[in-house]
Design a protein around this ligand. Structure first.
Ligand code: GRF
Length: 266
């Protein structure tokens, strides 16, 4: 990677100035109207212990809740989150898209929504830890409260998890622990289950193994194909992810070991 720290702090690279193959980062100075607005109401900062497994998470009010979304593909979940923030259904701001595939459709979605993008090619780095260290540096500078994985097709290492322990969530298209990993919808169809679903969970270093925040079932219908079932699952995902992010933003999600409890609203 050749981009400098300066390029990180600058807002204002225009789309038409970018060379797609060479300029991997777009920092578009976005959401500036939103950023300059005073947002009423509580916002939250998540304080966490050293270990996801052993320390309860305590959530404190803070002025602004800042989200970084990680995605690798089409980005329909990313879009749903951005739309909800713009419509004020979610009292939060998406301050960064991180994408490991610069040509992915989600990058175009972010550009259209004026969300800053850090798009990188893993092969440009010596190791996974090397690009994760750069991501940590960028997100720390942006004071990110929550990392939302939305179709980010990479395992995370301690380089990223440790500084954001208890502050990274993922959505998965099955009722975990059933059908982890890739092709979960096909796995469910092939197995012949009658019910599958969607899981939102905290992220640890395993493959879809972190503590479950919320789940929603989806019944299979005779004649379902991977396409028809995926469409129903996707429709559920968007609502469930917004619900989970909202609960975290409101400080109602308590993580204690593997157990996640949701506090009633006042
Ligand atoms: C979703 O099915 C999600 O569960 C999985 O990756 C997919 C991303 O879809 N982790 P999209 O790119 O948000 O449309």
């Amino acid at each position: 990677m050749t981009d400098s720290t300066d390029s990180v702090s600058e807002a204002g690279i225009k789309k038409n100035e970018l060379e797609p193959e060479e300029q991997l980062e777009t920092r578009l100075g976005l959401g500036q109207g939103i950023q300059s607005e005073e947002q009423p109401g509580a916002q939250f900062n998540i304080h966490h212990g050293a270990s996801l497994e052993t320390q309860p998470m305590i959530v404190h009010a803070k002025k602004r809740f800042r989200i970084a979304v990680f995605a690798s593909g089409s980005g329909s979940n990313f879009q749903a989150i951005v739309d909800a923030t713009l419509a004020k259904q979610l009292d939060a701001e998406v301050v960064q898209l991180v994408c490991d595939k610069p040509q992915a459709a989600v990058v175009r979605r972010a550009e259209q929504a004026n969300i800053p993008v850090f798009a990188f090619r893993p092969k440009d780095y010596a190791s996974r830890e090397a690009y994760e260290a750069e991501i940590v540096q960028r997100l720390s500078a942006l004071d990110v409260d929550l990392i939302v994985l939305a179709g980010y097709m990479r395992l995370l290492t301690a380089t990223l998890i440790t500084p954001f322990t208890g502050r990274i969530i993922n959505i998965h298209p099955s009722l975990l622990p059933a059908f982890p990993g890739v092709n979960s919808v096909k796995q469910a169809l092939d197995y012949g289950v009658k019910v599958t679903g969607v899981t939102v969970h905290f992220v640890d270093s395993g493959l879809d193994t972190g503590p479950v925040i919320t789940q929603q079932a989806v019944e299979l219908i005779d004649g379902d194909t991977e396409d028809t079932l995926s469409q129903r699952i996707h429709a559920i995902e968007h609502g469930l992810y917004l619900k989970a992010i909202g609960l975290i933003q409101q400080g109602r999600v308590q993580l204690d070991g593997r157990k996640v409890s949701i506090r009633q609203s006042k």
